[in-house]
Design a protein around this ligand. Structure first.
Ligand SMILES: Cc1cc2nc3c(=O)[nH]c(=O)nc-3n(C[C@H](O)[C@H](O)[C@H](O)COP(=O)(O)OP(=O)(O)OC[C@H]3O[C@@H](n4cnc5c(N)ncnc54)[C@H](O)[C@@H]3O)c2cc1C
Length: 405
């Protein structure tokens, strides 16, 4: 076993990340959005509506005028000068250009050439790729069918590792509120279909973790029960994401270990913090339910470390992938590996985690990039929910990425 290098401290990782961070337009907007929350919500609304309205600049200036009081005088003057100096049709083109510039660093185009280029770039740096067919919960049957086709296409064309959102395969129209058994049965069939496709194409599959109230526990049950069935008990290339912001996540971690031991074949767990913190809070408050997530960021961070330590002590059964951009959590995980990276890799998000990826691969630490795939020209609408989650996350005051800009 290699000895653990002392240099992998939080400070070392932070410095490595900072020195490899490119300065982009996105960085500028993330900073601005963090400083002025009113602007953040206007940016989000603008991104949301830009593809639907005929003149995004008119929409933008109108909404800015309404919230002028919430902005500092220098920003008000800049926006007023821009409105006076730049003709509407030029401003529309500029806004669409900026939005595209904000979007493109987060997505990979779902075409073979773009994919091959990215693959070559990452392979040169010993970095793996996980493909994510961008999409959210399907509303109608035809959407769910399209998602299934997209997963099949991604597996056939690109291979490697694929991330799957089970909610995108089950249309809301066939979701029976209050009928857990029936929903589980439908979702199990979808998961089995995905496993068959994965086997046929020799691809490894990981299920994404989704919203708590509707999907989270359902997906875990489907995953655990299916993998204990005789037909699926000996496939190794299968995994699930676990959200450390859930108060009950450690019980799930123990459950995954028990399942891996019982089937006698390892499973992979991508440990994340969780991307739906704000939404879950609103749903719980509106419905009068007990909030199932930690309410202090420190608690989530500590729980993340606890789960990573637990899985690393059980590496024979659980292949663990810490998915974070936070130097503190990265340093903790590295310390726990003691320099032995067997059955272990970090995972980062395409675009957002680039500096972390560079810092890790420069130090020969295994890392893969989670790449959301969108169709050419489809980015503005297809990736919207994903993008909004990323913007909310990275303009929040306690975001680790913002601290490292
Ligand atoms: C490769 C990869 C795959 C991912 N897959 C998924 C997935 O399948 N499902 C999913 O839900 N997310 C997923 N995510 C997103 C992930 O959950 C985080 O939202 C994101 O990575 C930011 O966390 P961080 O550790 O990088 O940054 P940090 O800035 O250190 O942490 C931010 C996170 O802390 C938590 N947090 C913030 N404020 C509070 C608070 N007041 N109380 C408690 N907790 C708080 C939230 O989870 C927030 O996202 C993935 C991330 C990566 C890198």
């Amino acid at each position: 076993m290699k000895t653990y290098p002392n240099t992998f401290s939080e400070n070392f990782i932070s410095t490595e990340i900072r020195t490899s961070r490119p300065k982009t337009l996105t960085t500028f907007f993330l900073r601005l959005g963090n400083q002025y929350p009113v602007l953040r919500s206007e940016f989000l609304k603008l991104i949301d509506s830009a593809s639907a309205v005929s003149s995004p600049s008119e929409y933008f200036y109108d909404s800015l005028r309404a919230l002028h009081q919430g902005l500092p005088i220098y920003l008000r003057l800049i926006f007023m000068a821009l409105e006076k100096l730049i003709p509407r049709h030029v401003a529309d083109v500029l806004i669409r250009y900026v939005i595209n510039n904000l979007l493109t660093p987060y997505f990979l185009l779902r075409d073979e050439n773009a994919f091959k280029k990215a693959m070559m770039r990452f392979q040169k740096n010993d970095t793996g790729i996980i493909l994510d067919v961008v999409g959210e919960e399907a509303l109608f049957l035809f959407e769910a069918e399209n998602f299934l086709k997209s997963y099949e296409h991604a597996m056939e064309m690109f291979g490697g590792k694929v991330a799957v959102k089970l909610s995108s395969l089950m249309p809301s129209s066939s979701f029976r509120l209050g009928n857990y058994k029936e929903n589980k049965c439908v979702l199990k069939k979808k998961f089995v279909h995905i496993l068959m496709l994965a086997q046929k194409n020799r691809v490894s599959v990981t299920l994404d973790a989704e919203e708590y109230f509707k999907w989270c526990l359902l997906i875990e049950d489907v995953f655990c029960e299916t993998l204990l069935e005789r037909e699926w008990s000996n496939i190794p290339d299968v995994g699930i994401a676990l959200q450390a912001y859930r108060r009950d996540s450690f019980e799930s971690a123990e459950r995954f270990l028990a399942v891996a031991k019982k089937r006698g074949c390892p499973i992979t767990v991508r440990v994340v913090k969780g991307a739906y913190w704000d939404t879950e809070k609103v749903i719980a408050d509106q419905s009068g339910w007990k909030y199932p997530l930690f309410e202090k960021k420190d608690e989530t961070d500590q729980n993340f470390d606890r789960i990573i330590s637990f899985f690393l002590q059980n590496r024979k059964y659980i292949h663990v992938s810490p998915a974070t951009h936070n130097p503190k959590n990265i340093a903790h995980a590295l310390k726990e590996t003691r320099g032995d990276y067997m059955n272990f890799e970090f995972q980062v998000l395409y675009g957002l985690g680039e500096s972390v990826r560079r810092a890790l691969s420069r130090n020969k630490i295994p890392v893969s990039v989670y790449c959301p795939l969108v169709r050419q020209g489809g980015s503005a609408t297809e990736g919207l929910a994903y993008l909004v989650r990323r913007i909310l996350e990275n303009t929040a005051g306690n975001s680790c990425l913002l601290k490292n800009l």
